[in-house]
Design a protein around this ligand. Structure first.
Ligand SMILES: C[S@@+](CC[C@H](N)C(=O)[O-])C[C@H]1O[C@@H](n2cnc3c(N)ncnc32)[C@H](O)[C@@H]1O
Length: 246
């Protein structure tokens, strides 16, 4: 199994701390948009790829989903999920998204929050998802926006004015897809950059109709709670796509 940074003690503790603070990019920027585009879960079978602590799985189960399968390649994340977000209709399973083809079951909805940028072979992922998705089923996923995965250095690409305010954002080698190392709690957190064109074309070539392509922007409620988020008008941080298998 490939190394997963979420199993690294320093990374895990840093990530957990961010998620415990209400004012984080997940709660303020990504999740509000994912909720907006998530179909009705009642009576549905849902697969969550990279389910992490299982917060979304629990929401789906409590919202009336028939069955939720949460997969993740980090044992550490799954240990927390099994302890904190357990539910009779959820099954947590230690599996790399790269081995999705091992799942012999079909779903109405495939959901994935902020995991796809860790997966190298996007085309295989989409083929495998198509195989486990029923006809007319929905794939809803978020990932770091390609502007972010194309940040110029190991940190992010912010440019500041003389007062220290974020006024613009640099990215580079946008048209060179592939592996990128970044620093997030630890060095060499591996992510994969691909262009919006590649992502959309791969989905279309494998029988998906794109219903929503959303680039996150802060909403008034979030700016009120977390004023620093105003900087997110400079560029989108996350890309969210809802696609239907036709
Ligand atoms: C940013 S976290 C998001 C967790 C969860 N989806 C959420 O939104 O709370 C990314 C998750 O993807 C998982 N992950 C990373 N690479 C993976 C892979 N190749 N296969 C399965 N899970 C992976 C990590 O272990 C981690 O739990």
């Amino acid at each position: 199994m490939k190394r997963n940074c979420y199993d690294d003690e320093t990374f895990f503790q840093g990530y957990k701390k961010i998620r415990e603070n209400e004012k984080n990019y997940n709660n303020m920027l990504e999740q509000p948009a994912m909720h907006e585009f998530m179909p009705d879960v009642r009576g549905k079978k849902i697969l969550d790829i990279g389910c992490g602590f299982g917060g979304n799985c629990r929401e789906f189960a409590e919202g009336g989903a028939l069955r939720v399968l949460g997969i993740d390649s980090s044992m550490r994340m799954l240990e927390v999920a099994k302890k904190e977000t357990d539910h009779k209709d959820i099954e947590y399973f230690n599996l790399e998204a790269e081995k999705l083809h091992e799942i012999k079951e079909t779903f109405d909805i495939v959901y994935s929050s902020l995991t796809f940028h860790y997966i190298e072979d996007f085309e295989k992922l989409i083929v495998d998802i198509s195989d486990v998705l029923k006809k007319d089923g929905i794939l809803l996923f978020s990932q770091e926006h390609p502007i972010i995965t194309a940040s110029p250095n190991k940190n992010l690409g912010w440019n500041y004015d003389e007062k220290g305010r974020e006024v613009s954002y640099s990215f580079t080698n946008y048209n060179v897809p592939g592996i990128r190392g970044s620093h997030w709690f630890i060095d060499d957190v591996i992510k994969y950059h691909r262009t919006i064109g590649q992502i959309v074309t791969t989905l279309a070539e494998h029988g998906f109709h794109i219903e929503v392509l959303h680039e996150t922007s802060p909403k008034p409620f979030a700016i009120e709670k977390y004023p620093r988020l105003k900087r997110e008008f400079v560029k989108p941080h996350f890309l969210i796509i809802r696609a239907r298998k036709i």
